[in-house]
Design a protein around this ligand. Structure first.
Ligand SMILES: [Zn+2]
Ligand SMILES: [Zn+2]
Length: 181
């Protein structure tokens, strides 16, 4: 959904709302593709505050399906957070139409094109920023056997090297995290 903010950018203290349906059924990112199993429309409040600032805020609430970091079993993870953007109005007094809204906090702002807000892109970017760091099906998930691949939450396998101890699984997570750095 594209929202034209050029009018509100010109009117101080003007306020409006936009109801944005999340059209995505799959969240795609560098991290992988994750089904979105529940979502609610996002009400974006848009307000021209003084000092050449347009503020955009609202609450996003979705549920995504993410594999457990240890056993790969799929977990339904609620992701809920607030968007709160303070956008600077850049433009000249002679030609305000030639200006743009600028998000000084982000390096890349592919959700803004001049005075046009790409609400889907904004919500996508914000979901990525608020992505759950590590998903476990349960805190003491035992993981999978590295030899036979069996899910050790469902029972012990017969491999001699197996360590069906959740403390060991946690230590292996830590090692894996170090490797990624
Ligand atoms: Zn698990
Ligand atoms: Zn095994």
């Amino acid at each position: 959904m594209k929202i034209d903010l050029s009018m509100i950018a010109k009117s101080i203290n003007e306020e409006t709302e936009a109801e944005v349906e999340i059209s995505l059924d799959m969240f795609r990112s560098r991290l992988g593709n994750f089904p979105i199993t529940e979502k609610a429309p996002v009400t974006l409040h848009i307000r021209n505050e003084e000092n050449a600032v347009v503020r955009i805020y609202g609450t996003v609430s979705v549920t995504v399906k993410v594999p457990c970091a240890r056993c790969l079993e799929e977990v339904f993870v609620p992701v809920r957070f607030d968007i709160d953007k303070q956008l600077r109005i850049a433009g000249t007094e002679d030609s305000p139409d030639a200006g743009a809204l600028i998000d000084d906090e982000m390096e890349e702002t592919d959700y803004l094109h001049g005075f046009e807000l790409d609400a889907d892109q904004l919500i996508h970017d914000e979901i990525l920023l608020n992505w759950p760091m590590k998903v476990l099906c349960r805190d003491d998930c035992k993981g999978i056997c590295r030899v036979c691949g069996m899910n050790l939450n469902k029972g012990a396998c017969s491999c001699p090297e197996t360590e069906p101890d959740p403390r060991m699984a946690a230590i292996q997570d830590i090692f894996n995290e170090f490797k990624e750095v």
